[in-house]
Design a protein around this ligand. Sequence first.
Ligand code: ACM
Ligand code: ZN
Length: 581
Amino acid sequence: MINVIPKPNNITFKKGDCFIYKDRVLLHIDPELADIEKFVSKCLGVKTEKADDESHIEFIFDDTLPEEVYTLRAEGYEAKIFAGSYSGAFYGLMTLSQLLLSDRDDSETLTCPQLIIEKDSPKYSWRGLQLDESRHFFGKETVKKYLDFMAMYKLNRFHWHLTDDQGWRIEIEKYPLLTEIGSYRKGSQLHAWNCPEYEEIPHFGYYTKDDIREIIAYAKERCIEIIPEIDFPAHCASAIAAYNDLACRNIPCEVFDFCGDVLAKEKGLKNWNRPLCLGKDKTLDFVKDVVDEVADLFPFPYFHIGGDEAPTNEWKKCPDCQKRIKDNKLKNEVNLQAWFTNEINAFLKSKGKTMIGWNEVLASKSTDTDVIGQYWVSQNDKNVLRHLKNGGKIILSKHKSFYFDMAYDYCTPKETYTYEPEKSKIKKELKKGVLGVEGEMWTEWITNEDHVFFMLFNRGLALSENAWTNRKDFKDFKSRLQSHKAFMDKMGIYYGNDHITMKKNKGLKKRQAKKYGFTVKHNDAEFRLDGIHNKNMRVKAKQALKEKKKREEYEKNAKGIDELIDSALLKAAGYILEEDA
Ligand code: ACM
Ligand code: ZN
């Protein structure tokens, strides 16, 4: 029994154990795989500088092995990883580091069962995880932790949701107001869509292009491609707040400090959900300029334009949009969005990029089959099936199984683990169009890093195993999951209480409805009920208090010392003056 997640596809166990000495490892890396060196000590915690012959770790180049594929042999005092690519070597190392985790602290050696993992390769090429930093901005250090988590579990696509109604988080040089105005909101609605509680604390932050380059480099070293998502034509309030004339009839708005209807109504806002005006050439120029800068910044092949939840009522009222419909002989407003999507798609293609959009972009028959659809909406979607039949590609993110912002009670780790395309009526013959699966971390009600990882841990590991292995077994997965908490502790990642995060909680809905006035599907109540977190927060608060006292004490003394020094200097100066005299 080994605790590796995702479970390798082909293992042969041999009798006895493999031993690697912690402080004297002979490391050999074939030159084709040289870049892996910096991760060896970091991931295994072994010392290679005092090497002798006693234990070996070898990375052997084998050009018959495709990208991401590795073979690992752990026998005697040797661990050998065979790979034909950097990604293969990296994933071999991730597996080895999990194998050797068990007795890292007290013995001279790292130990695992003797075994051979032969040509371990992923089930899906797309193993994605998304993070919404518009609703809440977490910053570079959290993103790097998120990427570390992804790398450990062989997830290879980071979908970065950088713009939405509640904040614009990426520097665009041609339009500085996007970040000057669009990255700042006055306050935040709390807890849930239908909860009117509000916190009057400004929320702001954005990434400069240099920040983004730093994150790109960090991700690349960990075999992760980043897909930026810049939302058009809806979810654009932060852009319209900065440049009002992007809206139909130039109707201005502020960066939203609310999500959904409850607070909008309280503020007396009607028709608050307004998309970009697709009738003005100016809008099209703006979108292309932004796409141009973002596409040039990210070196990867994909670009996500959102495209979801665009209301059509504004376009119906707008003379410019109606003129566009007439001039292009479009049938209706849905086709107006499709016309716009096709324009941006053509522009992206001219830059060598592939467009991704939520499954709403597949609503029109005119959508290019090269566009990748991301399937999130829960009902059986005929447009997705048509797209697949036409040879198009999709990513599966059905919210019952992959929306990690949803309560565990609604989207359990088992839902994530057991999901197969058949659940979305995708039959065997259409499965070749499925690139893979992706977990979504929307953050309307997730305000801090601990909460992000609380929502992620169990489901993120379930996602990883679903995306990689052909040997799924949920019971076995659950037993392996436990040992991974040690990794989380090491990475400073919070993982919550199994009592809440592993299953549906009978009765919780009712109790929460009573306690908070809303039900459990999509809110922060589980995190607030999570005992370990609350205990941690109390411990953290106590520690902070102690630190504060210590600092005050120190500062008092420091002041004393400064005074002593000052008086000594004065005295010295006095002597000097006396001597001079
Ligand atoms: C979505 O959740 N609106 C894609
Ligand atoms: Zn318009």
